[in-house]
Design a protein around this ligand. Sequence first.
Ligand code: HEC
Length: 199
Amino acid sequence: MKSYQFIKVSLILLTLTTSTRLASQTEIANTQAYQVDIFNFDHQLIPDSENYQQQWRRLTGFEHSGLHWEQFVVIYTNHGERAYRNNFLEFSAWFGDPEDEDNQPEYFTYPVGTIFIKENYQMLNGKPADPKSITVMVKHPQGYDAEGGNWEYMQFSVNGQQMIKGSRKDKMVKQQCAGCHQNVADRDFIFSNFYSGTN
Ligand code: HEC
């Protein structure tokens, strides 16, 4: 074999072995991608949230969110999957043909005790990168804030620092969260924009 041919073959072999190794590393990384315990917040503020990534339903993969600060989001819930799925499908069907009068959406409301945890990741070169914050919504019993659907809003930095906590009645919460979620009051204040039905 001439030496340039030898170099060519060696390069091909090297590329093949490297990409096989990278592929298997990616596989491992993918299975663990949603199980990284990086959001360090006070679990007592959010009932049953100690192992939410393993024990709750994950409703989405990493989704790019224009309205949530151009970040990537992953959404989990304890008891909200049924209504979330229904509202996602109803909205999607309506959106496909809003003029059709037989096609008006029938939205469900969420049971008391429903919690949504949404992880927010920085976007870097179009991909999810550093974890930034978690945003949370908790459905309280009647009397908490009827006009706001009895939802409490919270936000914690990745280190667990509390940035937001309260109902729409709090000025800051209204400004930072509830004012925007008010747009989907008919969907019980939960956008239910993405659903991959996965766990
Ligand atoms: C400018 C509008 C806007 C603001 C402000 C906003 N959100 Fe959202 N939120 C959305 C949209 C849109 C979604 C649907 C998923 C997506 O696109 O990110 C969402 C999704 C969520 C979800 C998952 C459940 C769902 O609605 O699908 C939670 C929990 C949440 N937001 C909490 C918060 C909290 C807490 C704040 C304040 C710190 C906040 N949001 C501020 C628009 C907003």
